[in-house]
Design a protein around this ligand. Structure first.
Ligand code: KG4
Ligand code: ZN
Length: 326
């Protein structure tokens, strides 16, 4: 069985062809990072326009470089929610048009479910496991007991971690997206600032990052600082919180297996830290390769395949929503 998958929830236009045998596994992604770079974040209207401009040329490119043609597609998977509504609309309308033209079903996918299953594209993980989702819009911990069996354990009460990276980068004039550049700068910095680790010692799986952002702003506004040191100190604070809350979730549930997904899971320090926890035998850690950490249609294809096998098919009048919970 082969699916064509469509992902346009934020600033990546991504299409994939994927078969459940794994034989067909081809993805093409166009990042809009340069378009939004000087704005410090994704501009929704520009994002929707870019998706509209690029999605058909991207399909042409995918088909040109892939061993199967569109007629072989059994169903179309697409991201339904959450995301920027204008951006989602482009992908949903596109997926509907293709499904109508082919006479093949449409399968809606939750973007966060896609992120969780990005790990499975490399190797399936045994249930139950914990999922730490760290992206531009989400910082959440879930207990996953089976496909589509998710229990929310806790998450950020304010800013998401990726959003914090992006805001701190903007404060230092580093442009959007902030994660990769702070990741790079932090390697050259010293932890000279003792930034707050909000809610670190509280016996809850909730988190908060807006106080940390304010503390960083205060240092930056004083005017004399090394970007590398701010990046390092900020990143250390973030990682301390993510590490501690994941360990706490593991203690609460008795589960050591954890998948870490979403754009921030591309971070090199996160990978190093959680690798150490695994070496100590405290956690069993699964992180997809960096290419699959950030938004991509292959993860939507994988989740779409599982959903289709369970009989999930979208009605013709399905409409995207900015924020349906997982
Ligand atoms: O999952 P994603 O591609 O899109 C959303 O669903 O939000 O995540 C994007 C976020 C951005 O905030 C970006 O700055 C962050 O992931 N990010 C990183 C790294 N690469 C991307 N954050 C920290 N370190 C990185 N290496
Ligand atoms: Zn995402």
């Amino acid at each position: 069985m082969i699916t064509l998958a469509v992902e346009t929830s934020c600033d990546e236009t991504s299409l994939a062809l994927y078969s459940d045998s794994g034989e067909v596994c081809k993805e093409i992604t166009l990042s809009q990072a340069l378009v939004h770079h000087s704005f410090g974040g994704v501009v929704p209207e520009l994002s929707a326009r870019e998706h509209t401009r690029n999605i058909l040329p991207l399909l042409d490119e995918l088909l040109r470089t892939s061993p199967v043609d569109l007629k072989k597609v059994d169903f179309v998977s697409f991201t339904l929610t959450p995301g920027l509504i204008l951006s989602l609309v482009v992908g949903v309308a596109f997926a509907k048009a293709i499904s109508y033209a082919l006479g093949k079903p449409l399968v809606p996918v939750h973007h966060l479910e896609g992120h969780i299953y990005s790990v499975f594209l490399e190797k399936p993980v045994d249930y139950p496991f914990l999922a730490l989702i760290v992206s531009g819009g989400h910082t959440d911990l879930y207990l996953v007991e089976g496909f589509s069996r998710y229990t929310f354990l806790g998450g950020t009460l304010d800013d998401a971690v990726g959003e914090s990276y992006d805001k701190v980068a903007t404060m230092m004039g580093l442009g959007y997206p902030g994660g990769p550049v702070i990741d790079r700068l932090a390697k050259e910095g010293q932890p000279v600032y003792n930034f707050p680790r909000p809610m670190l010692k509280e016996n809850t799986l909730n988190m908060s990052f807006s106080g940390l952002k304010t503390a960083v702003r205060q240092v930056i506004e004083k005017g004399s600082y090394r970007k590398e040191d701010v990046a390092r100190s900020f990143q250390d604070a973030i990682m301390d919180v993510l590490e501690e809350k994941t360990l706490l979730a593991s203690r609460f549930t008795g589960i050591r297996r954890v998948v870490i997904v979403g754009g921030v899971s591309a971070n090199s320090e996160l990978r190093r830290r959680f690798g150490l926890l695994q070496d100590k035998g405290l956690l069993e850690v699964y992180i997809p390769r960096p290419r699959l950490s950030t938004d991509n249609a292959l993860m939507i294809a994988y989740a779409g395949m599982e959903r289709f096998k369970k009989g999930v098919v979208a009605p013709e009048d399905i409409n995207p929503e900015p924020n349906i919970p997982l």
